[in-house]
Design a protein. Structure first.
Length: 185
């Protein structure tokens, strides 16, 4: 069983039992990075340990610094995945990636694909930052709605969304060009 470690925040305390029960794993709580390092050492034999930074803003520079220090100072091999919402603005996603560049990222996880109108932004952010897209979530059901990312399927879904939105990749250019010469399509 994986172990989920939640930092000591009010939201983390309230969701601990529920989240652990949903994914079927025990939950431990670390109040600070020293306690987290101790827990990681104690749980080193586990196959998978999930660490949730609930309640911490991606704009909090201290978060990236603490995670970087933890990864350097622990004997446990940590694979970090950056979780980004597919409904976020491209600039917000880019800012988040920039904040966590100092951490060696194993990949990223895009969430809320079921809520977005386009996948172009997430594909662009991943390509521009050479981020491996590892997992995608597409719904509210924790176990059922997370999938291993598949590049071919992502591009297919992006095209399906584009078509369903009724937009053409050249529509904007055609409209602007038509207005410039006085004709309209």
């Amino acid at each position: 069983f994986p172990v989920t470690i939640l930092p000591g925040t009010t939201t983390g305390l309230n969701r601990q039992p529920t989240f652990g029960r949903i994914i079927g794993c025990p939950v431990k709580q670390a109040k600070d990075h020293e306690e987290l390092a101790i827990l990681l050492t104690q749980l080193a034999q586990r196959k998978l340990i999930l660490i949730d930074t609930a309640g911490m803003s991606q704009r909090d520079v201290r978060l990236a610094e603490k995670l970087s220090a933890l990864m350097q100072n622990t004997r446990v091999k940590i694979k970090s995945y950056l979780v980004l919402s597919a409904t976020s603005q491209a600039r917000v996603m880019q800012e988040t990636v920039d904040h966590f560049k100092r951490i060696s990222l194993a990949g990223c996880i895009f969430t809320k694909l079921d809520e977005c109108l386009s996948l172009g932004e997430i594909i662009n952010v991943a390509i521009q930052n050479a981020l491996t897209v590892s997992y995608l979530t597409n719904g509210q059901r924790v176990r059922e709605d997370i999938d291993v990312a598949d590049a071919k399927l992502m591009v297919q879904q992006a095209e399906e969304l584009r078509v369903s939105q009724g937009s053409s990749s050249h529509q904007w250019y055609q409209d602007v060009a038509g207005r410039m010469d006085g004709t309209y399509a």
